[in-house]
Design a protein around this ligand. Structure first.
Ligand code: IPD
Ligand code: CA
Ligand code: CA
Length: 266
């Protein structure tokens, strides 16, 4: 490798290892519910001390392995990297409301962005021991097996996850539900946007959409869906890394119908 070139392959292997290490920590704490207290950052915005602990673990591993890289973590674990260096975008626990309430559907999400593109997306569900991994140009896998989006081409046979967060508001959420359900799709909301998007990559859902989502929730998932042959809205191109934004990730044949039904991803 020439001087100055960024080694994505090494970072990809590293991210898979630290996602499992982070997952083991959160699963251990999840199983002993007396080991943490539940607080709130805002309305319907849960926080436990485990979120911070897991983020600290991941950020310290990155600092040791790649001291020049930047970091953006949901819980504030930011670190400016060297000019032109990759930036890691981390959600230590996605699905914190589930975690806090004893619902076993949450994950850790790790993305690595370089030169305006997401090079790596790793999502790990420690309860099911499922590691979703994507490297740009190298496909997407679930526990090492290749995955791809579904072939569903009719909204009436589709299963769509619509994310909700306090910013969305009831009116907009109902509008999205009406659009999707009006077109005949079945709907779910699992409470982990990252896993919801990963499930699109694995063909378990046909689409995930949300009218606002933060980069730590979604970048890893979008890398997975792209590499699994899906359509993703231009999240990074529209400033998502800096300010968040809407997201549509779906099997390509449903793109038009979902955009028309919801306006998301237009
Ligand atoms: C939230 C979850 C939720 C999604 C929100 C996210 P958190 O993340 O992914 O499903 O709809 O947009 O903020 O708070 O569990 O890390
Ligand atoms: Ca999140
Ligand atoms: Ca989180």
């Amino acid at each position: 490798m020439s001087h100055g070139q960024v080694d994505i392959a090494t970072r990809f292997a590293f991210a898979s290892v630290i996602a499992r290490e982070a997952g083991a920590l959160m699963a251990r704490r999840f199983r002993d519910r007396t080991s943490f207290t539940v607080g709130y950052k805002g309305h319907q915005d849960y926080l436990t001390e485990v979120d911070g602990e897991v983020e600290t673990l991941i950020v310290s591993r990155i600092a040791t392995a790649f001291p020049g890289d930047g970091v953006i973590g949901e819980e504030g674990g930011a670190r400016a990297g060297a000019a032109g260096a990759p930036v890691w975008v981390i959600d230590p626990i996605d699905g914190t409301a589930n975690f806090a309430r004893g619902v076993p559907h949450f994950c850790t999400s790790i993305a690595c962005v370089h030169d305006g593109r997401t090079e790596i997306g790793i999502i790990y569900d420690p309860i099911l021991d499922e590691l979703f991994a994507a490297r740009r140009g190298h496909g997407a896998t679930l526990n090492g097996e290749a995955i791809s989006v579904s072939t569903t081409d009719d909204l009436r046979r589709a299963r769509v996850e619509i994310g909700w967060n306090p910013k969305t508001g009831a009116d907009r959420f109902v509008e999205l539900l009406r659009g999707v359900n009006g077109g005949g799709a079945g709907m779910v909301r699992g409470g982990s946007g990252a896993l919801g998007v990963a499930y699109v990559a694995a063909g378990r859902h046909d689409a995930y959409l949300e009218d606002f989502i933060n980069p730590w929730d979604v970048l890893a998932g979008l890398a997975l869906v792209s590499e699994a042959g899906g359509h993703v809205s231009d999240y990074l191109g529209r400033g998502g890394l800096e300010k968040g934004g809407e997201v549509l990730a779906c099997t390509p044949a449903l793109r038009r119908a979902l955009v028309d039904a919801t306006g998301v991803g237009a």
